[in-house]
Design a protein. Structure first.
Length: 359
């Protein structure tokens, strides 16, 4: 029998090796992000995007006002990742219905895919996209704050207050809380245009400094900027209210957003939570609740429709809605007869407040 030539044996061995490698590669599971998305799964979040730390449950961002209506985003999170995004408010009526129906599902998908607010605007829906991204960022800020509290590390939390409407324009405040103190305060929205530019540039830096120095929302108004100061303080208080129980400081908590007052460190902490502003046909509704031991102990409307007949409807319906919220312990309450719009706004803002408590 003829012996195989050495060169021929080497060629045959090399071919066998290549065939084996190709076979192994063909059996390796797909691992690129595109294949995960195609399967309907959210891709892994990159560092610095969705807040990590085991955040679970629903988080509702602040309502962002646009030229065509409010946009508000709610996220469902599991183990610190966005698993679902939805717009609980979006522009409606006329052509807005078509634009919303087309753009919002794409924005929802983009938020889950990106795991952050760094998403592209949808062509033809510039205002809706901008509002969506702003509310989405607000929701992520709240989730980040919650994650910091859960970890109990005392790390920095970024808290964005609700938009406070003033006679000259909206004011919105964002604070950074670290080590139990406000370390930074900034106005992400402030009145602008005409003389407002001068007033804003003069007053806002002083209000920022005052917030850091005081550690709460009990700061003096800046002379000549009464409306801006009032809006600043209101939004600042809203931001501090969003600090989860145990995550704030004795200073920040003193303004309404931290630990239970009094002694008894082993008792369940009391949280004051302010919901997002819900826009209704007759005016904004905003609810603040106090939660202790997992129950709503107090509910109040810090904003409600007013003027004309609205005064009568508000004075009649809001106390009943407050009582219903405490009795039910959730937002599943009946509308008050004759106050359909106020009731709907109340329930929406109430749900937003409870979302911040993870409930």
């Amino acid at each position: 029998m003829r012996k195989s030539h050495p060169v021929r044996r080497a060629v045959l061995a090399g071919a066998a090796t290549v065939s084996g490698i190709v076979l192994l590669l063909s059996l390796k599971p797909a691992s690129d992000p595109g294949s995960a998305q195609a399967a309907g799964q959210a891709p892994p979040a990159a560092a610095g995007q969705a807040p990590q730390g085991g955040v679970n449950g629903a988080v509702t961002g602040d309502a962002a006002q646009t030229q065509y209506g409010a946009v508000q985003v709610r996220l469902t999170m599991a183990n610190g990742k966005i698993t679902q995004a939805e717009a609980v408010q979006a522009p409606k009526g006329g052509r807005s219905d078509q634009i919303t129906a087309s753009s919002v599902p794409r924005l929802n998908q983009a938020a889950v895919a990106a795991q952050s607010a760094e998403i592209d605007a949808v062509s033809g829906a510039t205002y809706t996209s901008a509002g969506y991204k702003k509310s989405l960022q607000s929701a992520l800020d709240k989730a980040k704050a919650s994650a910091g509290a859960q970890q109990g590390s005392g790390g920095a939390q970024t808290l964005t207050g609700d938009v406070a409407q003033t006679q000259y324009g909206p004011v919105q405040v964002r604070v950074t809380v670290a080590g139990g103190k406000i370390t930074k305060a900034e106005a992400v929205q402030a009145p602008k245009g005409g003389r407002s530019d001068q007033i804003t540039s003069s007053s806002v830096p002083r209000l920022n400094q005052a917030a850091v120095a005081a550690g709460n929302a009990d700061i003096d108004a800046v002379s000549g900027a009464t409306y801006t100061s009032a809006g600043y303080k209101k939004s600042l208080q809203s931001a501090l209210d969003k600090a989860p129980a145990g995550g704030g400081s004795s200073q920040a908590a003193g303004s309404g957003g931290g630990q239970a007052a009094g002694s008894g460190g082993g008792q369940a902490a009391t949280q004051t939570l302010t919901g997002s502003v819900a826009q209704t046909q007759y005016g904004p509704v905003q609810v603040r609740v106090t939660v202790a031991g997992g129950k709503i102990t107090k509910a109040e409307a810090v904003q409600a429709p007013k003027g004309g007949r609205s005064d009568q409807i508000t004075s009649s319906s809001v106390p009943r809605l407050n009582q219903a919220a405490v009795a039910a312990g959730n937002a599943q309450i009946d509308a008050v007869s004759g106050a359909t719009y106020t009731s709907a706004g109340y329930k929406q803002s109430l749900q937003s407040a409870l979302d911040q408590a993870g409930g």
